[in-house]
Design a protein around this ligand. Structure first.
Ligand SMILES: Cc1cc2nc3c(=O)[nH]c(=O)nc-3n(C[C@H](O)[C@H](O)[C@H](O)COP(=O)(O)OP(=O)(O)OC[C@H]3O[C@@H](n4cnc5c(N)ncnc54)[C@H](O)[C@@H]3O)c2cc1C
Ligand SMILES: *[C@@H]1O[C@H](CO)[C@@H](O)[C@H](O)[C@H]1NC(C)=O
Ligand SMILES: *[C@@H]1O[C@H](CO)[C@@H](O)[C@H](O)[C@H]1NC(C)=O
Ligand SMILES: *[C@@H]1O[C@H](CO)[C@@H](O)[C@H](O)[C@H]1NC(C)=O
Length: 536
């Protein structure tokens, strides 16, 4: 009797221990083989202790977590990499690609770690995998005379802005608002920011690039050809090769710019004012970018919750000119001189990114994120103003959630002038604005599921008011609800659904490029562009 009840629980436990230790052995063997292979294929050696981080190293967790933005994907239940390799030389990236193929250990590449679904540091579909983390490849060479800069993939966009501003107060670059974004993943998915209405996206302002292709070769624009150069400027991360460097075109900025943030609650007529914004935001002067950040706040003595709409803006010019523009086009918001702050472009970067006023721009060199959360996000593009009654329904839904966040980004200006097929990013003329929906939570107190369900219901509610056929989405706001590649091959049929949402008709050209440059689908993830099946 006793022996039976003991041996039953013991047997599976014993079995588990056995298989755990043998898989630990095999990952040790794999790590050893990989190191050997890396040394063989690297032009210069690398300091193993600081570049090859295995789970037995006490710094493994901190390196894994260093740039990871979505805490949801760091929970213990989520698969972990077998090791993390941090190259310090281009040839180490080449070697990592070659060895990944040779030893059949799946590669995930990470630059800034801001992927919404953690595709740069987690694989839900393949084991074993490792992270190729480009954090140590972050050089920036600004050439003011040439109006250009070569920037390395592991640099943050904030460092890029800072280095430009150190050389000139009349040059800038039109990319993301959040300064800890890695330029490797960010620009290859589009890269919009507060100067998009004047100059387009980061990806619209790329002149050249250096990438490591599937064969481990380094290719510049000339060597890769115009098809591949087209695909990497907006086609999304980790599809065609590993970006080592971008050559970007600098754009002119005035020595004085103006910023403001004006907040309206429901009680202050937020709905009517927002409806007016929907009509005017994409037609405003191209020098003016007014986005809307929508959240909850408590109002009144009883702390009743209300919806707040914050108009957060950059104007490429002085306050007087801005007041003129606002008076003429959007008087309903009631902007006053007092709301306006005149400042330098680099200070406006800090302001829009949400740093407290007076923060020195050197903070950008830390590359630290101000946003690390458990979160789920989705995106939509809007082509007709959403009626006030629908906005009221939206407020009701927001009030059901703990920490909802909506960010509405105006289009128009240069965004409308660039043809849909110029680069893979297709959301151009006819787009009034983009909506980003987020729900944030604290895992220690709350579980993910109610928030995931809330945001999915909200997304359903919004369907009648946003783009259709396809309902579009921004590839840099990865959303696995739109579909995933379940196997190594990547199913073309499945992918065409989310593919057309992210890229519209450009998806077909992306598939053609993929088939040409990576027919065996080496660069793959849950939502990577699939190659067409081999013709036998
Ligand atoms: C807080 C926050 C704010 C954001 N703000 C903006 C914004 O203002 N504007 C905007 O456009 N987007 C914004 N985004 C979205 C952002 O652009 C994307 O998440 C982008 O992919 C991040 O790039 P990364 O290098 O930081 O991320 P990573 O997670 O490192 O990479 C993202 C994807 O690209 C791949 N990848 C990474 N490096 C390379 C490389 N060198 N070569 C090829 N593929 C690579 C990864 O494998 C992954 O699939 C924001 C995201 C967050 C979390
Ligand atoms: C950790 O793993 C590495 C590589 O597999 C191995 O060389 C090393 O001896 C291990 N260190 C410890 C402390 O176990
Ligand atoms: C762990 O990594 C640190 C730096 O990342 C290094 O200094 C140390 O030697 C490593 N330890 C082991 C046991 O590998
Ligand atoms: C944008 O589309 C509108 C009609 O939808 C058209 O009138 C306008 O000329 C287009 N603008 C550009 C720059 O193509």
């Amino acid at each position: 009797m006793v022996s039976v009840s003991l041996s039953f629980p013991l047997f599976p436990l014993f079995f588990l221990l056995l298989s755990a230790s043998s898989s630990a052995d095999s990952s040790l063997i794999l790590q050893g083989k990989f190191l050997q292979c890396l040394s063989l294929h690297s032009e210069i050696s690398f300091p193993i202790a600081t570049t090859f981080i295995t789970p037995n190293n006490s710094s493994f967790a901190s390196v894994l977590e260093s740039s990871a933005q979505n805490l949801r994907y760091l929970l213990p239940s989520v698969p972990k990499p077998n090791f993390i390799f941090l190259p310090v030389h281009e040839s180490h990236v080449q070697a990592a690609v070659i060895c990944s193929k040779e030893l059949q250990i799946h590669l995930r590449v990470r630059s800034g770690g801001h992927d919404y679904e953690a595709l740069s540091y987690v694989s839900l579909i393949e084991t074993p995998f490792f992270i190729l983390d480009l954090a140590k490849l972050r050089s920036i060479n600004v050439d003011i005379k040439d109006n250009s800069a070569w920037i390395q993939a592991g640099a943050t966009i904030g460092e890029v802005y800072y280095r430009i501003s150190q050389k000139s107060n009349t040059h800038g670059f039109p990319a993301g608002l959040c300064t800890s974004l890695g330029v490797g993943g960010h620009i290859t998915g589009g890269a919009y920011g507060s100067m998009m209405r004047k100059y387009g996206l980061g990806a619209d302002n790329v002149l050249d690039a250096r990438i490591v292709d599937v064969k481990g070769r380094i290719l510049d624009r000339k060597a890769m050809g115009e098809d591949l150069f087209w695909a990497i400027r907006g086609g999304g991360g980790a599809n065609f090769g590993i970006i080592l460097w971008w050559k970007i075109k600098l754009v002119p900025v005035p020595p004085t710019v103006t910023v403001f943030t004006v907040t309206k609650t429901l009680e202050q007529g937020a709905t009517k004012i927002l409806h007016k914004w929907e009509e005017v935001a994409s037609n405003l002067d191209e020098n003016l970018f007014v986005r809307v950040i929508i959240q909850l706040a408590s109002a009144g003595a009883k702390g009743r919750r209300t919806v707040t709409t914050s108009y957060n803006a950059l104007f490429l010019g002085g306050a007087d000119a801005l007041l003129q523009v606002m008076k003429q086009s959007f008087p309903e918001m009631g902007l006053t001189r007092k709301d306006c702050t005149e400042t330098s472009w680099i200070q406006s970067v800090l302001y829009i990114a949400g740093f407290p006023s007076g923060t020195p721009p050197e903070v950008l060199l830390q590359g630290k994120s101000t946003f690390k959360n458990y979160f789920k996000a989705k995106s939509d593009f809007v082509k007709e103003p959403i009626p006030e009654t629908a906005l009221e329904g939206l407020w009701k839904r927001l009030l059901l959630e703990n920490s909802p966040l909506l960010i509405w980004t105006p289009y128009g200006g240069m965004m409308s002038k660039i043809p849909e097929s110029a680069i893979p990013f297709p959301h151009r003329n006819g787009t009034l604005f983009k909506i980003q929906y987020l729900s944030l939570w604290q895992e220690s107190k709350e579980k993910a599921m109610p928030h995931m369900e809330w945001i999915r219901r909200l997304y359903n509610y919004m369907a009648p008011y946003v783009s259709t056929l396809p309902r579009r989405a921004y590839v840099n706001y990865k959303d696995l609800d739109l579909g995933v590649n379940l196997d190594k091959e990547g199913s073309f049929i499945e992918a065409s659904t989310w593919g057309s949402k992210y890229f519209k008709d450009n998806f077909n050209r992306l598939v053609r490029v993929k088939t040409k440059v990576d027919p065996d689908n080496f660069f793959r993830h849950e939502q990577s562009i699939p190659p067409l099946p081999h013709v036998m």
